[in-house]
Each structure stands twice: as C-alpha cells, then as structure tokens.
Design a protein around this ligand. Structure first.
Ligand SMILES: NC(=O)c1ccc[n+]([C@@H]2O[C@H](COP(=O)([O-])OP(=O)(O)OC[C@H]3O[C@@H](n4cnc5c(N)ncnc54)[C@H](OP(=O)(O)O)[C@@H]3O)[C@@H](O)[C@H]2O)c1
Length: 211
C-alpha cells in the first residue's frame, strides 16, 4: 500500500519551518540557512559530506518515492505566479526525479525539466494525493512542504510517516507547523534520536493505517 511520507522537515525549537519574509534573495526569510546546516553536512547533500546519524536519516528521502506534493510557497518566492519564466529554485535538473504536484490557486500548464515534471493544480489534499499516487505508479508519495501544506495533510489525517528534524535554534517568527494539531501524538508512535550535531530526529509513524 502506498504510504504518504514527510522527510527531513526541519523545525526550530519554537516550531517554525521557515522564517520571514520569504523572498527571492532569502527563501527562508530571516532563518537564512540555519534550519538546514545539519543537512548540508551530510553525504546525502554532498560527496564531501559525513556519514552518521544525520546522513542515515537524510538518505531516506528518495527510496520508494514515486511523486512529491509541495505548496506554492515552496516552489517559488512570493509573486512567482506572475512570472511565466519561473522554473523553480532547482535549475534544469531538479533533485526530485519524479512527478511533482504543486498546489496553487493559480494553476499553469505542466513544466517538464530533466527527470522531473511539475504539475500545477488547485485541489483538496485527498484529490492531489490520488493524482500523485497515480502518477507515481503506486509508490509512496512525499509531502515536501512547506509547513502549511504538511499541516493540511496532517489535519486531514493523510500522513503515514513524518520525519521532523528539531534544530536547536529559536526563530521567534515565521510559519509554524504545529498550530491546530493539538493531540497529534496520540495518532502516532513517536521515536526520537539525538545526533551529535545537536539536532533531534523525531519520527512519527501512524498507529492505524487508514484509520
Ligand atoms: N523547514 C523545512 O524543512 C522546509 C521544507 C519545505 C519548505 N520550507 C519552506 O517553507 C516555506 C513555504 O511554506 P508555506 O507554509 O509558506 O507555504 P507552502 O506550504 O509551500 O504553500 C502554501 C500555499 O500553497 C497553495 N496551496 C496550498 N494548499 C492548496 C490547495 N489545496 N489548493 C490550491 N493551492 C493551495 C496556496 O498558495 P496560493 O494561494 O498562492 O496559490 C498556499 O498559500 C518556504 O520558505 C520554504 O522554503 C521549509
């Protein structure tokens, strides 16, 4: 059965997945790169990177994934919908290597790049998940963020596996993941692994699939 998974989702101690304001120059706003320094040090990110706990978690991002779903604010900075030439942050060979479904209230025709085709649609979480499963040949679907989209999928109880990386910084402002999700832990078996890098990997596995 195809699972719905979130990987390498970095959160500050106060629950923010991005700072503010988001812009072309600063995709994570005032957070800069601080949420992802643990990831930049891994082998998954670069051939010079280290093996170890962080890398072991980071490597789980791709295997078994047939498609990704992301929000409009992950795909581009505010206003990208007005720029028909915007092709995402990732260059001509994006790292996804699968179909990617971008949720937006201003859909446009599909964008085919090397190994990755972006599809733009306005749809409910259930509907986009069905489309992504279909396009991904029944493999697992990754919810790539940002926090608003991950939160919507958690609220709809559509996430089977959630990997959060708690980074020991306080951002104070930005977009939070956990708002409105009181008691979420009751639906999941939760495990924590601390890493020498200072981050804590929290894994939430849904207790009853399809429940
Ligand atoms: N910490 C991490 O690991 C991590 C991971 C991924 C991304 N990020 C960061 O998170 C930030 C983006 O997160 P975010 O919460 O601001 O936004 P987001 O989740 O990327 O996107 C939210 C937007 O997607 C569109 N959308 C969502 N659901 C929709 C639906 N059902 N139908 C149609 N459109 C829908 C809406 O945009 P419109 O109304 O404009 O169409 C909505 O405002 C960026 O800074 C990104 O870099 C962080």
């Amino acid at each position: 059965m195809s699972q719905t998974r979130v990987h390498n989702f970095a959160l500050s101690l106060d629950g923010f997945a991005t700072g503010e304001p988001q812009s072309l120059e600063a995709p994570f706003g005032h957070a800069g790169h601080r949420l992802h320094e643990w990831f930049f040090a891994t082998r998954q990110f670069s051939a010079d990177g280290a093996h170890g706990i962080d890398d072991a978690f980071a490597q789980r991002w791709a295997p078994g994934i047939g498609a990704e779903i992301m929000g409009a604010n992950k795909f581009g900075p505010p206003g990208w919908q007005d720029d028909l030439g915007w092709r995402g942050w990732w260059g001509e060979r994006p790292p996804f290597g699968t179909p990617v479904f971008v949720l937006t209230h201003r859909p446009r025709p599909p964008l085919e790049l090397d190994g990755t085709t972006f599809h733009f649609l306005s749809a409910s979480p259930d509907e986009v998940l069905a489309a992504a499963r279909d396009a991904g040949g029944g493999l697992d679907v990754r919810i790539g963020g940002g926090p608003s989209v991950v939160r919507d999928f958690l609220l709809a109880d559509l996430i089977d596996h959630l990997h959060v990386v708690q980074v020991p910084i306080l951002l104070g402002r930005g977009v939070r993941l956990w708002d409105g999700l009181e008691g979420l832990e009751e639906r999941f078996a939760v495990e924590a692994t601390t890493s020498p890098s200072g981050v804590t990997h929290l894994v939430f596995n849904r207790k009853v699939h399809g429940g």
